[in-house]
Design a protein around this ligand. Sequence first.
Ligand code: NAI
Ligand code: 15L
Length: 267
Amino acid sequence: TRCARILLTGAAGNLGRVLRERLKRYADVIRVSDIAALDPAREGEELAPCDLSDAKAVDALVRGVDVIVHLGGVSVERPFEEILPANIAGTYHIYEAARRHGVRRIVFASSNHVTGFYRQDEVIDPLAPPRPDGYYGVSKAFGEQLARFYFDRYGVETVSIRIGSSFPQPKDRRMLTTWLGYDDLEQLVRRAMFVPGVGCHVVYGVSANRDSWWDNAAAARRLGYVPVESSERWREAIEREQAPLPEDDPVRRYQGGGFVTAGPFGD
Ligand code: NAI
Ligand code: 15L
């Protein structure tokens, strides 16, 4: 399946650079945007530098696209004053522009930190109430609710992908459970763009790892998402090189890991 034009925000970031390459084949043109410097445009690409906190600029950015893959924003826990313009106002600007210009679907890079304060001995599904582990997680919960509102009110469809840990390989014991490989990321984004009639949908973005804190079965099935990667081949090295944290350490207790102890800022 293909479409005419995809907008990719956050295209200069880690996942943006991965998806910039991989999403090309699904569109005639991919419009790549970031506030940070972008590599020069190649065939089939349009460069569109933009600050997501600028409503007018975002309106122009969105004009003429079929699908938005929205990765742009602050991607770690930071003071609220930094999260607000990029993630909260920025995502609102994307939805407003999408409504105005009749964009049919948004794929929203949400995060496992929407539910980071569930414990690692709990298994939750995407319908469990949010328990954000910081301002960053709160901003992603906001994005998911904005998606809900724009679907109910205006029919703009969204798949929110609560990405676990998407890196070339898992970096620590926690990521053995939360890891999302890049092939699985691409599969999930492709399905999120093209599976018909999804409405407003939330799914965890995670590979077929040995252990999981997320009952993703129904949400994945709805998209036809079948992960094919696994963190297992890194387990031996990680467990040998990294001692387990004490059981009562919050970083080990909660699904959000290190994010649950970030801050407070500015005291
Ligand atoms: P990243 O930090 O490498 O990329 C985010 C990009 O957004 C950066 O290039 C940055 O310049 C851009 N950006 C920040 N503020 C902006 C603004 N005001 N206007 C325009 N662009 C702005 O993060 P990464 O790892 O590539 O993640 C991509 C998305 O996926 C983010 O939304 C992140 O929250 C989400 N995510 C990523 C996970 C991962 O494991 N990599 C896990 C969960 C969620
Ligand atoms: C995220 O939401 C972050 O964007 C990413 O940098 C990772 O830290 C990831 O979550 C994680 O939970 O490992």
